[in-house]
Ligand binder design. Sequence first.
Ligand SMILES: [Zn+2]
Length: 171
Amino acid sequence: MHACCQHLLSRRALLRWTTLAPAVSLGLMPRAHAATTEALLLSCMDFRLMDDIERYMHARGLREKYDHIVLAGASLGAVTDRFPAWNKTFWDHLGLAIQLHQIERVIVIDHRDCGAYRMIVGEAHASSRASETAAHGVQLRRLREAIGERHRHLAVETLLMSLDGSIEVVG
Ligand SMILES: [Zn+2]
């Protein structure tokens, strides 16, 4: 290669860099380094609560700072013996969230009047508000302990959302 061509080439590379750099800094281009984020959220698939869940996460300052996996029943979907494929999906995605984004926390949001709980645990669990809370507590604790056994460094939050979007800590 002629010296002048090499000069042109490096000049072109420099131009390309100076053109792209502002786009990268504005977040318009993918960054070169792997992104990290704070949390993995596990929620139920129920369509009624998607906006409430997003609102809750945003109110905590976690907008665009969490991975999100959706399983029917949330904690129940991750631990139930009835659907082993769902369990595996949860663990696989938790592993990926750790590997790809170095998450430090798992936030689990179960919800009241959950169809998956009715199907798997049974209708009777929701006969009273107290028994419904207790049923969620059992599954949320199971999942918290299972996560602790596999990934001791992770913090785990176990939450229960009502249909009005309010949240309480359970489990
Ligand atoms: Zn549900």
